[in-house]
Design a protein around this ligand. Structure first.
Ligand SMILES: C[S@@+](CC[C@H](N)C(=O)[O-])C[C@H]1O[C@@H](n2cnc3c(N)ncnc32)[C@H](O)[C@@H]1O
Length: 280
């Protein structure tokens, strides 16, 4: 899981609930559990992928890191990242072993090297919140899908991760980001993103440090400005630029308009999964 979803050792209650859930799934109650967001993160992803992704299909998974999505029989994904597996092992020692090899080294937000209408599916779990223009990124993912192709996107629920306390991103904010990004006014976009980076430094970074058992010392003055400049530059995707609830994520998917059909929005304990198909 991503650092947003990384958890400590399960408690006795969590272990007991996991056993009960396995028993309930065995009794054929997976779908009611899923509808109530009680199926668990991995089982929710697995069930939705088996149900919605095409068996035998060919597609892309952006940013799989160490937990690529299980696919239906015969389906194959090429793994996209802007880092090689070697770089990811150095950058993400929290991900442990099992980081998958990057097949396509490119910017997964634009997918500029991928032909339009060439993929049966695109998967991106815990990636979209790092994009400064989330709506534009979704449009890019839709562009590479064939008609009928499927987008499988998971984002963390802000209140259930280190973003707790940050403002939830509104549909108008996504539209304004899209408009500014398309206008090419990079200075105005940078100013806008600065707000996200400041929230990251004030709320998310201290929570992350607490989660690692570290003492957080707030950056001041020039040191803070240098860190802000770094996170607005080459390292912009280290920040969660957007914060979601299930409702706000559904609203963002709705902004894709008639080109996209929302098949399902489901949640598990800490994330929301959206399934969207591209209309013919
Ligand atoms: C938080 S991890 C997600 C890991 C995993 N998919 C999960 O479900 O927890 C984000 C991954 O997306 C990659 N990533 C972030 N921004 C990217 C971009 N613009 N292009 C390609 N990969 C990107 C990161 O390098 C990292 O491997």
């Amino acid at each position: 899981m991503s650092s947003a979803t990384m958890r400590s050792e399960p408690t006795f209650t969590q272990k007991s609930w996991a056993s009960l859930r396995t028993a309930l799934i065995g009794c054929g109650l997976a779908e009611p559990l899923l509808r109530r967001g009680l199926l668990g993160l991995e089982e929710t992803r697995r069930r939705l992928a088996l149900h919605h992704l095409p068996a035998g299909g060919r597609g892309l998974e952006i940013g799989p890191l160490h937990c690529p999505l299980p696919l239906p029989p015969g389906a194959r994904a090429r793994y996209v990242d802007h880092h090689t597996a070697g770089e990811l092992r150095r950058l993400r020692d929290d991900a442990g072993a099992g980081i998958v090899d990057t097949d396509i080294l490119t910017d997964g937000f634009t997918l500029g090297c991928i032909a339009a209408a060439s993929q049966d599916f695109v998967v991106a779990n815990h990636v979209l919140e790092h994009a400064t223009d989330a709506l534009g990124t979704l449009e890019n993912w839709l562009r590479v899908l064939r008609p009928g192709g499927v987008l499988f996107v998971a984002v963390p629920i802000g209140a259930c991760c280190f973003d707790r306390g940050r403002a939830v991103t509104t549909p108008q904010h996504f539209l304004d980001d899209r408009r500014l990004s398309a206008s090419g006014d990079s200075e105005a976009m940078r100013e806008r993103n600065r707000v996200h980076v400041e929230e990251h430094l004030d709320i998310a970074a201290p929570a992350l440090a607490r989660g690692r058992g570290e003492v957080w010392t707030p950056l001041q003055g020039e040191a803070r400005e240098r860190e802000i400049a770094r996170l607005l530059g080459a390292d912009a995707s280290q920040v969660h630029h957007h914060v979601f609830t299930p409702e706000s994520f559904a609203a963002l998917l709705g902004l894709l308009g008639p080109a996209a059909r929302i098949e399902r929005v489901a949640r598990s304990s800490i994330e929301i999964v959206g399934i969207v198909s591209k209309r013919s």
